[in-house]
Ligand binder design. Structure first.
Ligand code: NAP
Length: 449
């Protein structure tokens, strides 16, 4: 019998999954990539803000991977539902989990579940047309929103809330979001950091971009920057510089504003008699010797009708795969999945956010995937991969006749682009699973059922 290639399955078709697939294909593996959604690209499609098309252009790199021989994509396949960990271990020499970290961190304060208090993850999924968020309903009738957190997701959410409809209509934001944001009454967004300007987690272009919005002023009070030393870290130093520019610039009397406030932690989301958010009670912090926020006695109430919690993501335990509940990631040693006693699970690997936690930009996942793949290849060399007992290449199609192959995704892609073209938009996203499946099967039809 001719030499068979090693077979790998990558669970999750986001950036980490695609970089892993590329490197395994280059090393001579056959690679199947599964995704729970009918569409590939993970957070590039469902997380990157719609007004950042240049970041989304990275999918061209993933298209090249998908065009390689021995690559297959199966969309609409959920691990733990349609296929099990055992199914994969029966059939592949290596199983790589690239499932990301879908859940939001909670603040653990009272009022978090009031109407008008939302995890940023849901809002992001909604405006990006993720099928699971298509039925979300964001009441944007309040004039002030508070976004808790000082990372890039918080900045994305703040920006989306104040974009001019003309800026939004050019994007691939879901139609339901364009419509709702167009009617939004939100005029002011407070971006709330629990630490200072020198500790904010924003990256430089994202913070600078806030200053270029069509209809929103960026407000930073001089007092926020008093006594702030230039940080050693270059990114943080440039952020402080940008914040000083904003403080010097002042307001331009535009219709909307983003107000950056620092050194405050939320202590309670306050509701009205109808269970709706009416304010956020916050406490002023000071920083201890290790730079950690410590509450003082100084409290205030920020009146607002909307609160978005944007304080990081965490992974979800999956189908018996060892999980570190504290960190919210798959338990691994640098990408080799291991149990709680540190024993390696042969042939199982993790990459991306579900391995290292939700940090870094898209490109960070290339190096991250390379680190895991290097271990996988060393294990292959040492004869220490998983030993599959079944060799049935058609198993997934047979089990799931509704799944979406790469051809199916290309049909969806063409449909969405074609629909966007007359409006000068990159695409009009299909946001319902049934519509996506119909488009995947009907490449030449004008309208999916
Ligand atoms: P992040 O960068 O880790 O920021 C999380 C923020 O939440 C930090 O400011 C953190 O403050 C704050 N926080 C954590 N716990 C808190 C609490 N209990 N109370 C108040 N604040 C709290 O996470 P992210 O914004 O979710 O972004 C995830 C990753 O995706 C990041 O690496 C980000 O750069 C990346 N991303 C990139 C882009 C882009 O390139 N355009 C866009 C979106 C996301 P402390 O620092 O005090 O912990």
């Amino acid at each position: 019998m001719a030499d068979r290639r090693n077979r790998a399955v990558v669970v999750g078709a986001g950036p980490a999954g695609f970089y892993t697939a590329e490197q395994l294909l280059a090393a001579g593996f056959e690679v199947d990539v599964l995704d729970a959604l009918p569409t590939p690209f993970g957070l590039v499609r469902s997380g990157v803000a719609p007004d950042h098309p240049n970041i989304k252009a990275v999918t061209r790199v993933y298209d090249k991977t998908a065009a390689r021989e021995h690559f297959r994509f199966f969309g609409g396949v959920t691990l733990g539902d349609h296929v099990s960990r055992a199914d994969l271990l029966e059939r592949y020499h290596a199983v790589v989990y690239a499932v990301g970290t879908p859940d939001d961190n909670r603040l653990g304060i009272s009022g978090e579940d009031l109407r008008g208090s939302h995890p940023a993850t849901r809002f992001v999924a909604w405006y990006n047309g993720h099928p699971d968020a298509a039925d979300e309903d964001f009441d944007l009738s309040a004039e002030r929103a508070v976004v808790i957190g000082n990372g890039n997701v918080a900045i994305d959410v703040a920006r989306m809330l104040v974009l001019h409809p003309d800026e939004l209509i050019q994007t691939d934001a879901a139609d339901h979001a364009i419509e709702a944001l167009g009617r939004s009454q939100v005029r002011e967004v407070v971006l709330l950091g629990r630490r200072g300007p020198a500790q904010a987690a924003f990256t430089n272009p994202e913070l600078r971009e806030l200053g270029d919005l069509q209809r929103a002023d960026v407000i930073v009070d001089h007092a926020e920057l008093e006594g702030v030393q230039a940080p050693e870290d270059a990114t943080k130093r440039r952020n402080v510089g940008t914040l000083r520019d904003y403080a010097a610039r002042g307001a331009d009397d535009r219709s909307h504003r983003v107000v950056l406030r620092f050194m405050f932690s939320p202590v309670e989301i306050v509701g009205d008699e109808r269970g709706r958010v009416r304010g956020l009670r916050v406490v002023r912090n000071r920083l201890d010797h290790d730079g950690r926020p410590v509450p003082t006695d100084d409290e205030e109430l920020i009146e607002c009708g909307l609160v978005f919690r944007s304080i990081g993501y965490r992974g979800r335990p999956l189908d018996g795969i060892p999980f570190d509940d504290h960190r919210g990631v798959i338990r691994s040693q640098g990408g080799r999945v291991c149990d709680e006693r540190g024993r390696v699970c042969l042939g199982e690997y993790a990459v991306g956010w579900i391995k290292r936690g939700p940090s870094g930009v898209i490109g960070t996942n290339k190096k991250d995937a390379a680190d895991t793949v290097a271990k996988l290849l060393a294990d292959a060399q040492a004869g220490a991969l998983n030993a599959p007992v079944v060799d049935d290449a058609g198993w997934i199609d047979e089990r799931l006749p509704d799944l979406v192959t790469w051809d199916g995704w290309e049909a969806i892609d063409q449909y969405e682009r074609r629909t966007g073209e007359p409006f000068g938009r990159p695409r009009v996203k299909l946001v319902r699973t049934e519509a996506l499946l119909a488009a995947s099967r009907a490449p030449t039809r004008a309208t999916p059922a």
